[in-house]
Design a protein around this ligand. Structure first.
Ligand SMILES: Nc1nc2c(ncn2[C@@H]2O[C@H](COP(=O)(O)OP(=O)(O)OP(=O)(O)O)[C@@H](O)[C@H]2O)c(=O)[nH]1
Ligand SMILES: [Mg+2]
Length: 347
């Protein structure tokens, strides 16, 4: 499954900019036509203008269609992000409008080229060329609302997190303020990326660490896996279910000191809900803010959970090892299943 690098979505020109670009190119193409016979020259020029204008429009519109992610090829998680931020149906509709405009433009161009090819009168050739431009411009103007929509959607989609579904991913859940983002920060080898999340006004943190050449991604789930499921809308539920797709493991972070303001009882209810919602995904429960519990052994003797402090750095390496072992991404039994880029001699 391809990773969508949302930040690389191309800018989309609006209809007047697109037409400007096409007609400017067409004028240049016209000037390069040589023929000493005036009739032949005009005919070639008019045809060349229509051809190059329509080629530019066709190529530009189709490049938008090609560079925007195709919904069928996305992970369920990315699809649910698109759905929640701009709407999958609209997304599909506007991209198919561009495809339609490209096809119409080419059909108009072909028809007028054929007509001009048979003409013997210079004025009529100019006349036909203008007509072709008029019809092409009107097609492009007709899809301007789609171009505008894509421009706005691009700004929204650029904020989304990019998650590589072929690499392990640790989904960090837990009540608000338990220290999810802080934990991702200390486990991460770089400053975590801060991304937008269509389900909440909060920002989402995406961190990474490497172990034996695998990249372990970590995402937190503010607004998603942090409160009771009863008052959830459809799109949120869809996104939660989609987490099953990207999550190699769910790390459920508890705050036994209740420093974040949520009682242990509610935190445990949420834990039960999350376990039920993602039955296929292994779950690891971690006690956070160990510094407030006066525990520095790595395991909480009361709960038996691994115990960490993001602010003091306790238990972090032990947790990392546990995550790697539980995910088991480098338990490669069959050498044919070695991850891409690995060689047998590495082992
Ligand atoms: N004492 C202590 N405080 C911590 C620790 N980890 C996080 N905090 C504090 O807890 C508060 C919440 O931390 P965040 O990492 O923002 O928690 P979160 O779960 O991401 O919060 P939301 O995204 O708002 O749900 C902050 O004030 C942190 O400084 C820790 O290990 N020890
Ligand atoms: Mg957070």
């Amino acid at each position: 499954m391809a990773v969508v690098v949302w930040k690389k979505l191309p800018t989309v020109l609006l209809s007047d900019e697109l037409l400007d670009k096409a007609y400017r190119r067409a004028n240049k193409a016209k000037d390069s036509v040589e023929d000493t016979d005036r009739l032949f020259r005009t005919r070639k020029q008019m045809i060349r203008m229509i051809q190059s204008a329509s080629d530019v429009l066709d190529a530009t519109l189709k490049s938008y269609v090609a560079k925007w992610p195709s919904l069928d090829k996305q992970s369920e998680f990315d699809r649910s992000l698109i759905d929640a931020s701009v709407g999958c149906d609209e997304f599909r509709h506007h991209l198919s409008n561009l495809q339609w405009a490209a096809n119409q433009t080419m059909a108009i161009a072909k028809k007028y080229e054929q007509q001009i090819q048979r003409m013997m009168n210079i004025d009529s050739m100019h006349q036909r060329r203008r007509e072709a431009y008029g019809r092409i411009s009107s097609i492009i103007d007709q899809v301007n609302p789609s171009l505008l929509w894509l421009n706005r959607a691009r700004d929204q989609l650029r904020e989304l997190p990019s998650i590589d579904t072929s690499e392990p991913c640790i989904v960090v859940a837990g009540s608000p303020n338990v220290g999810k983002s802080a934990l991702i920060g200390v486990l991460s080898s770089n400053e975590p990326e801060v991304a937008g999340y269509p389900f909440t006004t909060k920002q989402l943190h995406v961190g990474h660490f490497e172990h034996r050449r695998r990249v372990y991604q970590m995402v937190d789930t503010p607004g998603l896996l942090d409160r009771p499921m009863e008052d959830r809308n459809n799109i949120e539920m869809q996104a939660i279910v989609a987490l099953e797709n990207i999550g190699s493991i769910v790390l459920f972070l508890l705050d036994p000191a209740e420093h974040g303001g949520t009682s242990m009882e509610s935190q445990e209810n949420l834990l039960a809900e999350v376990a039920e919602l993602l039955p296929q995904t292994p779950l690891i429960v971690v006690d956070g803010k160990a510094d407030l519990l006066n525990i520095d052994t790595g395991v909480n003797p009361v709960s038996g959970h691994l115990c960490i402090s993001a602010t003091e750095g306790y238990g972090i390496e032990q947790l990392r090892e546990e995550l790697v072992a539980r995910i088991g991404a480098d338990d490669v039994g069959d050498p044919l299943l070695l991850p891409e880029g690995w060689h047998r001699s590495d082992r």
